[in-house]
Design a protein around this ligand. Sequence first.
Ligand SMILES: *Cc1c(COP(=O)(O)O)cnc(C)c1O
Length: 487
Amino acid sequence: MSTGSSSKVKFFSGEEIPLELHKVRIVQKLFLNPIDQRLKAMQTAGYNTFQLNTLDVFLDMLTDSGTNAMSDNQVASMLQADDAYAGSQSFYRMEAAIQEVFGTKYVLPVHQGRAAENIISQVFIKKGDIIPMNYHFTTTKAHMEINGGTIFEIYTDEALKIKSTNPFKGNIDVSKFKDLIKEYGAERIPFIRFEASTNLIGGQPFSIANMREVCKIAKDNGIMTLLDASLIGENAYMIKQREAEFKNTPIKDILLAMFNLVDLSYFSSRKVSSTRGGGICTNRKDLYEKMRDLVTLYEGFLTYGGMSVREIEAMAVGIRETTDETVISQSPSFIAYLVNELDKIGIPVVTPAGALGCHVDCMGFLPHVPQSQYPAGALAAALYIISGCRGMERGTISSVRDADGNDVLADVELLRLAFPRRVFTLSQTKFVLDRLTWLYKNRNLVGGLKFVEEPSVLRFFNGRLEPTSNWAEKLVNQFKADFGDSL
Ligand SMILES: *Cc1c(COP(=O)(O)O)cnc(C)c1O
């Protein structure tokens, strides 16, 4: 398997652009509708990008979950799926791929990442436990809290800074970990969790040096180590790019080094390999045996775990492809291109560029919109109206109200523009850059949002909002004045 990467291709012109190291053989038609139609679609969707129909969306940058492009080999593998309730060959092929790529002997299949979180939390967390981690993920936090655990995010001081040159904002702060052990005692800490390419703080990686240090402290104190490997390929790629010791190490060896440090790991296959599904992996028989029966109870028999055998086949191929640098570098190099171009022209974005997507800092972009009027939601709506590109609000709308019903203002107001793997081309990326640049010039036209229908749980999915003034119409008029009848 070739292990080249687009980041290694230099252009004679000196231009720093990523190169697609794949050819497009199956395509899906996209619709870039006129701006009046997009305004109407946004109104119908209650100014919530989750509520849009993809027929109205040009570039769908909502998420990388289940939206990566599959390879020809993944699609082909689905034909050899072995339909069997028990003992399916498809499972054994997937198990062999995990043993080879992650270096872990035992594999429990589950229907998606949060199912692994459910089982791990039920088995290992008891009421009153303390769970340290670099940063939470929404579903992780929910499962751990339901089981009586309290999460402690022990990230470093750099982690939440929008503008930074720190290559490893996903690192764990070692001294905060030591303090937690001192304060609560190791007995109350069932495990410490590392999340690869830390999702909610902008897809930021941790280093192997940090992992080694934290794992040593954990081991010395008898604390188990857990790795959320949903975005492991991208974290491995960024280690190769940013951690001097691993500059010349093949990705496959970086992956093995990471898994080798921890007791237990799990992943969402929606991210790792563009299929539904997930898995829990370990080399420790005692841990495997503790979890095994819950897989049969909640997920399905041990050789399918709630997945179809076709998905299991595609997952096996996808896991092997995670060791191919041309595959895992694609999304980070396109994200880096967009982030660096935006940064150059002074548009506020999270730096350094990470995995998953480009994260626009909406409080910096729309300083005149108070946080109580949801700047990240407003910017997501405005970008959709002027470009047909759909991003995701990751700010106060995604938080929950406190016990008194007050909004809890988020640490950061981000608009995430996700780059599913090998889905978008460079000209599409340049289109996003162009429209964001125009929007930044006209940012004073963008106003705030307010809720008109607010569900009490996970309001960001199904909530409906409206603009606090007629700013959307003014934005449309300015667009028409500048672009004429261009889409
Ligand atoms: C997506 C994700 C999960 C949850 O996985 P699902 O397959 O969506 O249930 C857990 N952790 C991280 C880091 C993720 O990105």
